[in-house]
Ligand binder design. Structure first.
Ligand code: PLP
Length: 344
């Protein structure tokens, strides 16, 4: 079976594991007040060229989303995201369970647009409705696409105009940053968003996400919110060590570039058979639209996620590559694909 199901199937990148092993007999301060978390914070300050950011470490993405959104919003406030947004479709209603409505706008290529946000704002204009107070986007998006700097600035300006926080979920931020089509820098992220997170879990970490707070209004007592949610890790240094390693010598970029390149190869190969894709492949996720029979046969030899029905005769599948995807796996996929095509 060729496994292209997701980018968190494999364990920990050896360099991260080595750093964890090296530190195992150290005695660190608890709850993220250790030197590793401090070093990682310094590295993020260098990356963003911003000394004023606060950095907090988590072990999972839903945990960051829940903490950030519930921290930033008052009880009657809501968050706007694309209909495909992760908090809308893949977090088991975690945000709604906290009492905050998730308001959606139709996605364009997986992305939220200023026009979509403005429509939601027009529809929520009185105190008889929830009050939109935050915009949530992810980069890369749920469909593997990425925002351009121009799009990010447009969202920033709109949020500024309507007094909305702009929050960027970066579970796959490294893949976005490593994309050959990316023109956003970390400095831009710390300029045009209020808060964002940099994901490690899907890029070789054991389970680590770094939440970076830019807007001073979102900094006060943030650790209290983490602790009350049970998310202030006693052994926080384990998270700090992982980001120290990922941010040293651009390891995060190297790993994400590898994953993206593997995806590009698969995409080119499938595209040569004239199959269409739900979105262009620019990061490590690809969404080919295959005849149902082809998708069914492929599923017998390749592990992937069925994304959905395209039409009566076609299925959208999702293939995901990772920092650990090998050339052999890509070639094995091709062989299976060629074999099934030959059976037509
Ligand atoms: C964009 C995005 N945000 C958040 C998450 C949630 O992360 P976790 O499964 O670590 O809670 C994911 C995981 O798939 C994701 O892709």
């Amino acid at each position: 079976m060729v496994n292209l199901r997701n980018d968190y199937s494999e364990g920990v990148h050896p360099l991260i594991l080595e750093a964890l092993i090296k530190s195992t007999y150290e005695q660190n301060f608890g709850y993220g007040l250790d030197s590793h978390c401090q070093n990682a914070t310094e590295l993020f300050k260098q990356l963003t060229e911003n000394d004023a950011i606060d950095v907090h470490f988590f072990s999972g993405g839903t945990a960051v989303n829940k903490t950030v959104i519930s921290y930033a919003l008052r009880p009657w406030e809501a968050v706007i995201c694309a209909d495909t947004g992760h908090i809308n479709v893949h977090e088991t209603g975690a945000i709604e369970a906290l009492g905050h409505k998730v308001l959606t706008a139709p996605n364009e290529d997986g992305k939220l647009t200023p026009a979509g946000i403005e429509k939601v704002l027009r529809e929520h204009s009185t105190e008889h409705m929830v009050l939109p107070a935050m915009v949530y986007i992810s980069n890369s998006t749920e469909l593997g696409s990425i925002y351009t700097k121009k799009e990010l600035i447009a969202l920033h300006e709109l949020c500024h105009k309507y007094n909305l926080y702009l929050y960027l979920d970066g579970a796959r931020l490294s893949n976005a940053m490593a994309s050959p089509f990316n023109d956003i820098t970390f400095k831009d992220l710390a300029t045009y968003t209020d808060i964002f997170y940099f994901g490690g879990t899907k890029n070789g970490a054991m389970g680590a996400e770094a939440c970076i707070i830019v807007n001073p209004h979102l900094k006060r007592d943030f650790r209290f919110a983490m602790k009350q949610n049970g998310l202030l890790a006693a052994k926080g240094f384990i998270l700090g060590i992982q980001f120290e390693t990922l941010c040293t010598d651009n390891l995060y970029l190297e790993l994400a570039s590898h994953a993206n390149q593997m995806a590009a190869r698969l995409s080119e190969f499938i595209g040569n058979y004239d199959y269409q894709f739900l979105t262009a492949t620019v990061t490590n996720q690809l969404f080919p639209i295959l005849p149902n029979e082809m998708a069914n046969k492929l599923a017998k030899e390749v592990d992937f996620e069925v994304w959905g029905t395209y039409d009566e005769n076609h299925t959208v599948i999702r293939l995901v590559t990772s920092w650990a995807t090998t050339n052999e796996q890509v070639e094995a996929f091709k062989e299976v694909f060629i074999k099934i095509e030959g059976e037509k």
